[in-house]
Structure formats: C-alpha cells, structure tokens
Write a protein that binds this ligand. Structure first.
Ligand SMILES: Cc1ncc(COP(=O)(O)O)c(C=O)c1O
Length: 406
C-alpha cells in the first residue's frame, strides 16, 4: 500500500497559548468575576473578541455547547409542554438540551444534498405546542436560513442556531448565529476552536441578551450588587484559563478557516468526479464554511452494496482520519425507549417505540447506512494528503465493485 501521508495533529498550539494561560495561573485570578467586579479579564475580553469576529452585538462565554442551547431555550421562555423541532441528524446535545428544559424535541428529516434540516418537511411537524426550531449547521454548512426564517415568521417560532460546528460560517456574507434569534457554539476538544471544554452564545437583541446573561449568571444583573438575584438562573460561567486559551486559539482561527475552505473546495471538485460519491453540498449562497467535519454520501450501487461500517474500516486501515457519523436521534436508545424526564408527556412526539419512526426519516436512514465523515484535520493537511484520500477512495470503490462482479 502507498505510504500514508502526514495528517496534521489536533489541537494546534504554540508559545502564545502557553504564555497567556501561564499569565492567568500566575495572576491568581482564575475566575471571571461579575461584570462590575472583573477579577479576571479573559472571559470579558474573549466575549468582545468573539462578538467582533461574528459581527454581532452580544457574545457570552459559557460552560459548553450543550448548556449554551439550554440557556437560550430558558432565556426564550421555552419549557415544559412546549415542542421544539430539531434535525434528526445531529449530536444528541441538540435534542437533549430541549429535554433538559422539560420541552419535547420533534425530529425532522434532512435534505439529501446538504444533510441539513429540510425546511419543506418542517410545516407538517408544527402543532399549537411548537415554540421553536433548533437548526444545526452540521459540518459547519449553513442551513437554509431564508426558508427557516419564513416558516418561523409564519408560525411565530423562535430560531436557535446550533453553531457547534460552524464558527465563522456564513451565508450571503452574514454569519451563522446572527440569522435566527441566537446562536450557540461549542469549544469542546474536537471543535475547530478548542479549549477542551467551553461554549458561547451570540445574539443581536438587547432584551434577549440580558435574559441570556441572567440565566447563565445566577439571575444577576450587570452593574448590580453581587448578591442580588432578579430572575431564575444558574451558574454556566466559563473559567479564566479556558477563556485565555480561547483568545489565543481565536487569533489562529481565520488562517485555519481559510485553509479548510480552500481544501474542502478542492476535495468537492475531485470527489464529485468519482461515480456514486456525493460530498455534503455547498450551495452558492454559502460564503464560508467552518468544515468541522467533511460528510460524504456514497451510493451503495457504486460500491458493491457495502455500508458505512465497511467503508470506515477501509478508510481507517489506510490511515485516513475519520469521524463517526452521528446515529439518527430517533434510533438512540434514549429516545427509542423514551428514557427521558419523568412526568413529561412524550406521547405526541414523532419518535419512540410506539411510533413508526423510520418512515418519518427516509433521508437520515439512508445517510446512516451510507455516509462517512472525514475529520477536519484532513482539511488542514497538504495537497499530498488530499490526493492520497481521493486515490484511496477510488481504490476502495474498485475493490468492492470488482468483488461484486466475481
Ligand atoms: C451539533 C452539536 N451541538 C451541540 C454540541 C454540544 O457541545 P458540547 O460538547 O460543548 O456540550 C455538540 C458537541 O459535539 C455538537 O456537535
């Protein structure tokens, strides 16, 4: 077999990261403090820098991307008995956050080209209980926000954009997270901006921003006494060391983002030449994609009928960095067997053992059997690495189509 090229290691860090984190340690201020008592500085500075990066009025750092969605739901007043529509093909957090606030997630099938929530399938899922849509920019690819905003306006729904994969992605040069009511981010270790753990929320609305702040900082109000609590909230604050690392990582991010975009576009062109290979579609309106993962559908008719388990094994044996695709949410034991919160009525949901769920999600079912994802490190690697992947996929195809004929 051909020599495996070197793929970039993740995370990427340098002396600047070490220096700023060390400064925090030496300062003794490891906690962000309150708005009128900044013990630490990095959380506050990071919030400003992250807001500038996303060209948005407000940014809040928080504990992680799961909590970021929970905070937004709470700030938007969504809770017990409400329904929230979410893509069926995402990480569990996009839906478990909805469960956490006592609401019921309703899963929506995805588009077969973009692998993102399919707007034309949303309206059938709307009931008088529907309050919001959580749209997930899977792989950093922006959802069809114009279509989603139209639906939201018609039915008076809120939109939370789950941007856990989509730092800096944009549609028509407008950043994701600024199309809907608010956007949420994750800085967990695998993400394109990484602090081990961490999250953020962005929004442009002053009133909503204040509510978000209250939920994440124990119901406090900026500028008021520390032990005054004005609304129900919890502690979702980020620590200074994580924020310091986020500041130095954010500085490195634009160059990485540009490289990932360039390499993803190269792969798009080359992989589409292979019969039966369809990378996640990047529509013309997409002006930037974070490319957290690079998802690809492979048509089993062109690959001797193999499924994702076989292709993952083949790719891994060839040293190609991959990321497992998410199992459909409706197939997770959590939802299938309704192992959820007590005293909440889930009987109207479009999933669970009593519902004929596979029929509700034909595209996700198809993707589950026949998709794979390349890790974002691939897109930070050099031309030799990209060409190696293209060549190996052709070899895998040959191997199985040949086996098929014998
Ligand atoms: C789409 C999506 N949403 C939310 C999250 C949750 O982020 P975190 O792990 O920071 O809680 C993740 C994390 O992988 C994710 O992939």
């Amino acid at each position: 077999m051909k020599k495996v090229p070197i793929f970039v290691k993740w995370p990427i860090w340098d002396e600047e990261d070490i220096e700023l984190v060390s400064e925090v340690i030496k300062s003794g201020n490891w906690w962000c403090g309150a708005p009128n008592a900044h013990e630490g500085e990095n959380v506050w500075k990071f919030q400003t820098e992250f807001a500038q990066f996303h060209q948005v009025k407000h940014a809040f750092a928080c504990t992680n991307g799961t909590h970021a969605i929970e905070i937004c739901l709470m700030a938007l007043g969504i809770g017990r008995g409400d329904e929230v529509i979410v893509s069926d093909w995402t990480f569990v957090a996009s839906a478990s956050a909805i469960v956490s606030v006592g609401a019921v997630p309703i899963f929506c099938d995805v588009n077969s080209d973009t692998f993102l929530i399919e707007p034309t399938k949303i309206e059938d899922l709307i009931t008088p209980r529907t309050k919001a849509i959580v749209c997930v920019h899977l792989g950093g690819m922006p959802c069809d926000m114009e279509a989603l905003l139209k639906i939201a306006k018609t039915h008076d729904l809120k939109i939370i954009e789950d941007c856990a994969h989509a730092h800096g992605s944009s549609l028509q040069n407008k950043m994701v997270g600024t199309w809907g009511d608010c956007g949420t981010f994750s800085f967990q270790a695998s993400k394109v901006i990484n602090a081990g753990e961490g999250g953020a929320i962005i929004c442009n609305d002053d009133e909503l921003a204040l509510k978000i702040y209250q939920v994440l900082d124990s119901g406090r109000l900026p500028g008021r006494w520390f032990y005054d609590h004005f609304a129900y909230g919890s502690d979702f604050r980020l620590g200074e060391m994580n924020a310091a690392l986020l500041r130095t990582q954010l500085k490195k991010y634009p160059a990485q983002f540009r490289l990932r975009n360039k390499n993803a576009q190269y792969l798009n062109i080359k992989l589409k030449e292979i019969p039966g290979i369809s990378p996640q579609k990047r529509k013309k309106a997409v002006t930037g994609c974070a490319n957290y993962v690079y998802p690809v559908f492979f048509d089993p008719d062109h690959f001797g009928g193999i499924d994702y388990q076989v292709i993952y094994k083949e790719l891994e044996e060839r040293g190609i960095p991959t990321d497992a695709c998410y199992p459909p949410l409706h197939k997770l034991d959590l939802f299938e067997n309704m192992n959820l919160l007590p005293n909440i009525d889930y009987s109207q949901a479009n999933w669970g053992k009593d519902n004929p769920h596979p029929q509700n999600f034909p595209v996700v079912e198809k993707l589950h059997r026949n998709a794979f994802q390349l890790d974002h490190r691939v897109l930070l690697s050099n031309q030799e690495a990209l060409d190696y992947i293209i060549e190996q996929i052709k070899i895998i195809q040959k191997k199985f189509s040949k086996d098929d004929k014998e």
